[in-house]
Write a protein that binds this ligand. Structure first.
Ligand SMILES: [Zn+2]
Ligand SMILES: [Zn+2]
Length: 445
């Protein structure tokens, strides 16, 4: 065993020694879920662990983010290990908060466990590494509770509705060169871990159709039916589907969040939440423009008005191939080659994709959960698989990157550089997606 492999073995032994603590962290967060930009207790819990490790940290970053740094012996690149703080909402989930309905049905609790677990393993060996490790608990990955986040935006507390874009804007990734985070995935596959899948991008729209109320039996001709305008728009959105290229994985989905008030009145205020997803930013913008056209068409046909607020959500994610290979080798080293799955492509999205536009990123996957992410049926059942194993393969990958004067980290950064954009270029892409349009199809004369 060479020195680097011996160091990895030492890191893994330390993680094994503290395995019960890591399990307890993941379990505690699972039982105390909080949704995005509200993760106050979870952030304090993480900060307490940083303090116990003797690590200086900064908190309240993008409202609830907490960031600590462990320095190596010599200057060099900085690798961030991240964990998402936020939960979803699922009132029937077995670990749902009885008051708020918040529930960890995306397994983010395990990410806090794996991030802190990797810190436990790396803390005693930092003097043998060059460069730094940033430990970063990040807020608001899930794109939910849009109206709350819009309020935060209007109050000037955030610009972006999701955590990593906001942290990028605030400069909290300016001192990071490489980022890694392990997500859970469902247990339907035979493998225990996977070095990571690319994911697709998404943007969101809050849509309000305004019409004119009237007695639906007595004088319907006096009204302008906003529900019928919305119905036509929904059909128009569906009719776009065959205009999308198969390999762009375009997805358009929506909820009718308000369909009217009294059934005996012509509906004059009808609302939709719309989500547009695609593999490429250009395909996402193309689909978004077609959705807007369909929305206007509905308003125009009925003589209604449509108000469209578009919010950038997440950008498509490309996993760094060098990082992925390092992760895969480390997964195989202690799980066995037959228990490591192939990289794939997911038509879900994450704001890790945003970070991937400006630096090399990797989001490996781990099992240890029940099936059907984002539903009441999904929660971590095996915290060793979901949190302890990822703590090991992420920490081992950090050793690969920062050992030998961080030669491997420097190679990863240099080889990724041609495909990366600057922070300002990234912010320009995001901001171009944040638009507001009011289209009058005849309501105002
Ligand atoms: Zn999720
Ligand atoms: Zn998630």
């Amino acid at each position: 065993m060479n020195d680097k492999e011996a160091l990895k073995a030492r890191v893994c032994a330390e993680i094994d020694r503290r395995s019960d603590e890591i399990v307890a962290i993941s379990d505690h967060v699972m039982r105390n879920p909080e949704t995005g930009y509200r993760e106050v207790k979870t952030a304090a819990f993480v900060a307490d662990h940083f303090a116990r490790l003797g690590l200086p940290y900064r908190d309240k970053l993008a409202l609830t983010g907490v960031k600590a740094r462990m320095a190596g012996t010599a200057p060099g690149p900085t690798v961030a290990l991240m964990g998402e703080l936020d939960s979803l909402v699922s009132v029937n989930h077995p670990y749902a908060d009885p008051v708020t309905g918040a529930a960890h049905c995306c397994g983010h609790n395990a990410m806090i466990g794996s991030m802190l677990g990797a810190a436990f393993g790396l803390r005693p060996v930092m003097e043998q590494l060059a460069g730094d490790v940033v430990l970063f608990a990040v807020p608001a990955e899930e794109g939910i509770e849009l109206e709350y986040r819009m309020e935060l935006r209007e109050r000037g507390e955030i610009e972006f509705i999701q955590g990593k874009p906001e942290l990028i804007r605030l400069g909290e990734f300016d001192d990071v060169d490489i980022a890694m985070i392990t997500h859970t995935t469902d247990d339907a596959q035979p493998w225990l871990a996977n070095p990571g899948s690319s994911t697709i991008g998404a943007l969101k729209k809050l849509v309000v159709f305004r019409g004119r109320a009237a007695h639906a039996g007595g004088w319907p001709w006096e009204g302008v039916n906003a529900l019928k305008a919305a119905t036509l728009a929904m059909t128009g959105m569906d009719f776009q589907r065959e205009t999308f290229r198969d390999d762009d994985n375009v997805r358009i989905h929506w909820n009718l969040t308000k369909g009217g008030e009294a059934v005996s009145a012509v509906p004059d205020d009808v609302r939709l939440d719309v989500m547009v997803r695609a593999n490429r930013v250009e395909a996402m913008l193309d689909a978004s423009a077609k959705v807007d056209r369909a929305l206007r068409a509905g308003a125009l046909a009925l003589g209604a008005e449509v108000d469209i607020t578009t919010m950038s959500g997440v950008l498509p994610m490309q996993i760094d191939s060098n990082l992925r290979e390092l992760v895969r080798r480390n997964q195989e080293a202690f799980l066995g080659a037959d228990r490591v799955g192939p990289p794939g492509h997911s038509t879900a999205g994450t704001d890790v994709g945003d970070l991937g536009h400006i630096m090399p990123v990797c989001q490996p996957l781990a099992t240890g959960v029940t099936s059907a992410p984002h539903t009441e049926f999904y929660h971590v059942t095996d915290h060793v698989k979901a949190a302890v194993n990822p703590a090991k393969f992420m920490a081992m990958t950090v050793v690969d990157l920062l050992y030998d004067r961080a030669a491997e980290a420097r190679r990863v950064i240099a080889e990724a550089a041609p495909s990366k954009i600057t922070k300002d270029e990234y912010l320009a892409i995001r901001r171009a997606q944040d638009t507001h349009e009011v289209f009058d199809g005849g309501l105002r004369g």
